[in-house]
Design a protein around this ligand. Structure first.
Ligand code: CIR
Length: 255
């Protein structure tokens, strides 16, 4: 089997100035966030990933959330153009690493696209139409990937930052979903597991092989996953959660 690499980036000392859309600003402890992020990185290593760790930038509060900087497919990588101005300068450092693995394509102005809005299921790319990803970004992505056999499906989302805050893959044919945030009827043929009603933020899970890396903060939804026979590897993400980050946001997987 080919080796799996995980690109990660350290927590910026400026994380307290992160972008916030749905949550009120709370005091964030960089030491706690860094400790939790280190533990997350160790979990990725324990699941067989070789880490490519990028240093943080003091000028880029949200740089730990590397997922938003790109979309990696088997054939190529797309360097995103994040919808938040403050995040645009995050992409070059990730592009430099990805260049070693894939031919790069770039979302160009005025289009915007955040990697957190792209969910790949086989040859389908579901793309959230969000505050961060606009129609121009989606059309650019479509023009890049449809010639190589992907289908791009735009999905409306509500009340959350990215598509993957509303739905993520937890099994070959299973999705974890919050129906209040999207209409899942576009995911034909997939089994839907709904987040527990008391845990609306719980739809973001990171699948690595047959394991799902999942926040400890959502025990009721976690139980639902385990009851379905899904192997869950818990991580504490409470501090980066204050920045509206989840488990998929903190890594980019490349094989
Ligand atoms: C932001 O608003 O951009 C960051 N504070 C959080 C980004 C989380 N990324 C993700 O869900 N893919």
């Amino acid at each position: 089997m080919s080796k799996l690499f995980a690109i990660t980036r350290e927590v910026s000392p400026a994380i307290g100035r992160c972008e916030l859309t749905h949550l009120p600003r709370q005091t964030m402890d960089w030491n706690v966030a860094t400790r939790q992020h280190d533990d997350y990185c160790k979990v990725l290593e324990s699941l067989g990933c070789e880490l490519c760790k990028l240093p943080a930038s003091p000028d880029l509060p949200d740089c730990v959330f590397v997922e938003d900087t790109c979309v990696v497919l088997d054939e190529l990588a797309v360097i995103a153009r994040p919808g938040a101005d403050s995040r645009r300068a995050e992409t070059p450092a990730v592009a430099e690493v990805l260049r070693e693995f894939r031919q790069l394509y770039f979302i160009e102005p005025p289009g915007t696209l955040d990697g957190g809005d792209v969910l790949r299921l086989g040859r389908q790319l579901y793309v959230g139409r969000s505050r961060r990803t606009d129609d121009a970004g989606i059309e650019q992505l479509r023009a890049m990937v449809e010639p190589i056999g992907y289908r791009v499906v735009a999905v409306a989302i509500a009340g959350c930052l990215h598509l993957k805050s509303a739905v993520s893959q937890v099994g070959d044919r299973a999705l974890l979903v919050n129906r209040d945030r999207l209409d899942p009827s576009c995911f034909e043929g997939m089994d839907l597991i709904e987040v527990h009603e008391s845990e609306p933020q719980a739809a973001n899970a990171l699948r690595i092989a047959d394991t799902v890396v999942y926040p400890m903060e959502f025990p009721r939804t976690r139980r639902k996953l385990e009851e379905r026979g899904i192997q869950v590897c818990p991580v504490m993400m409470s501090e980066l959660g204050k920045a509206e980050g989840g488990v998929t946001c903190c890594s980019v997987l490349v094989s």
